[in-house]
Each structure stands twice: as structure tokens, then as C-alpha cells.
Design a protein around this ligand. Sequence first.
Ligand SMILES: [Zn+2]
Length: 458
Amino acid sequence: MPMLLSADQIRARVNADWDSILDVVKDRIALRPISANGISGEHMRASAQYVADKLREVGVDAQVVQAHDAQGNPSAWEVIGSTVVDENAPTVLLYAHHDVQPVPDENEWNTKPFEGTQQGDRLFGRGACDDAGGIAIHYGALKALGDQLRVNIKVFIEGEEEMGSASFIPFIEAHHDEFESDVIIVADSGNWAPDVPSLTTSLRGNATCDVHVKVLEHPVHSGQYGGPILDANTTAAMLIAKMYDEQGELNIPGLKAGEPIGGLQRDLDEVSMRAAAGVVDSYKLAGTGSLASRLWTKPSATVIGFDAHPVEGSFNVISPETTFRVSLRVSPLQDPHEAMNAMVDFFESNAPFGAQVHVEPLEAGMGWAMDPNCTATQDALESLKEAFGVDPVNKGEGGSIPFIPELQKIFPHAQVLVTGPEDPISNAHSPNESVSVSGLKNDVVAEALLLDKLAQND
Ligand SMILES: [Zn+2]
């Protein structure tokens, strides 16, 4: 069996190729591939063509294919392709997306959003980190390995991630064999810090429902009936309040909670979290346990809508009925439909004063958890450590990236690794988006090392 390449060997090659790798990010920024301006547009086809050309340069027979949505309409321009080095070697699918978010107001930027501009260690421009950097990582890693590549590669560079990936499932199902792989590397997330690498280990799922609360057949005067009859708003508020205990722990039987996947190397910093969210000084954070577990792996319920009469123009009436909408973030380890059922049972069996409570389930989306013990994960952690020179710090996501659980569902046996060039100051989706140049280089080195290590596994 051939020797593994060392981090120094890989780094020397990446250094030699660095200008061309960084040019990929700059070119991508200049292409303005804004999917919101039309996913099937000519500008998106040109964007996909650029990616296919670059991938062909590093040995992948990439081509541009137009996807169709569930209704059969022409949709996003996708880049797919493969390179087979050995029928018996493991196969790795590389994912990134080539579309970017729009720029609603160029004046909010300190640099020109569609001109890659380097200031110190940051390269600014729309899409720099999301996800031009991801494309550059795949390109740079394949370039560094060259003809020493020892795994089979498949690529899927999506053209509508920022638009919710409407044709993602039909497209993958139509190209099932072309994407079938042992390991999937999703380069669309990020690191703990520019100099501290991470795998993204989990995503919470979600379940949303509407809760209807009814106490009267019609509105009545609060002077005449107030006292024995509590209004629907108050009754609903009592029901809402039962969701949490005194400490702010969610108290809905049947909801699962977990600890950070793969262990917690470093907890989130309360001071910076408070500052980022704009928490008022007097507010004590709810819940118990690490901040990371509360944000990543425990469920949380948020009332995102509540039908009540506006304060202005309100009058002395006992409201007969109301509806509130709850958005539940589901632990990555729980099926969202199971969580939905637990939520429905909870509301329907806790009606204050026997009010009529009817729950209408809305959508439910899967979360995702990495397998922390599989060889691909161990290889990825080692590669990140060798490339960055420090131990990786894993992180979860409180929100969801719907296509990752979808990928995992369609390819249940694939080991999914979520990486990427973002960091806490990258401003993805916002003005002054940027990527760390040194961090990106380490990401390229890490992915090349990872592909090399994966070749040893079967
Ligand atoms: Zn992205």
C-alpha cells in the first residue's frame, strides 16, 4: 500500500498553486451567480460552466446538466461529474453550491461586492465564503493530489442552494448512481475560527404546528362575564407557559434532548452570544447545561405567531378563540414526526380549564447527526489537525441545512462530513462577506490529506 502524503508535501503543492486556487474564488465573485435572479437563467448556466471547466482542469469529467423541479419544469444548472482511479477504491462525493445570495444594497459594503478584494487575511466579495470557498477547496485539493489521487471522485456542485434546493431531490433521484458514494464531503459550512478547524457535527430538525384555543362560541363583554371566564389569549398564554419549567427547560414529555455529537471540545462563549443576539443585560439565559447543548442538541420551542387583537383599537371584550404557531427545533437524534406527535399530545392534554384545544401539524424537517466514530470522521479530524496544527473543535448548528439530511436519507450508508471555509466573522448572506485566506489554504490542505487517508479504507 502506498505511503500517505504528509501535510508538508501537500502544503508545498498548495502553496505553489495558491494563486490559481484563490483566483477561483475571485472569478466566482465576479460571475455574480445570484440564483434569486432566476435559477434557470443564462448567468447561472455560465456560472455552472465555469465550475465544470475548472473541475475538468483537475481531472474530473465534469458537465453542466439542467435539473427539473418536481413539476417537471426546467430548473437549476448543476455540475456533475466523476473520475474513477480504481474500481476497488472508495468513492467520495464532493458537494458545494455555485449560486450566491443577492446584494440588495451595495452601499452597505466597504468593498465592491462583485470584485474579490483582499484586505489583510480576508478576501471580501459576495459568495467568498458561501460557497466559492467550498468550490475552491475541492478544486485545490484535487489539484494538489494530481495523479496521486487514490479515491474515486464524484462531484455535485448545486445551482440553487440559496433558493431552497427545490429540484434537489428529483435531481439526485434521477442521478442516483452517479452520486452513490462511500463518503460525502459537504464544503458549505465552516470552522470555529480562521485558525481553529471544525467539523459540523449536527443540525437540529424542526416541527411546526398551529394551536387553536377556544373558550366561547362568540365574544362577550369583559365587564359582564370577566372573572369566571378567562379570555382565549390568557388561556393560550397559560398553555404556552406550561411548555417550560421554572429554569426555562423545555418540559414536553416525549421530546428527546442530547449532548453535543462527538463530545464538547469547547463551549460557546456566553458574552459573545449575548452580544451577537442583542440580549438585554438583565435577562438570564434559560435552560441548563452547556450553552452548546442548548443551542445544538436540545429541543427548543418558539411561539412565532399569535393571533390577538392589536392593542390599538382594542375594546372590552373577552376573546372567544385564538391561534398560536409554535416552531419546535428538534434534537438531531429525534425523528421530527415523533417530536410533532409529542407536541400535539402535550397541547391537547394540557388545556387550561378544559378549553377546546386543537392542534394542526404543519411541516416537519429532519435534523442530522454525524457518526462521530466512523473511520471517515476520524480521518477528517486528523486531517484538520495536521493542516491547521491545532486540535479541531467540533460544532453543531441550531438551525437546519435541509439538503444534508436529504442526502443522508437518500444515501443512508454514506458517511457525510460537513466542512467549509466560513468562520464567525464571514458574514455569509450579509454585507461584507469574506473568507479567511489562511483558513481557506488550510482547508484545501486538510481536504487533500483527507482524500488521501480515505484511500486506505474500504
Ligand atoms: Zn452555502
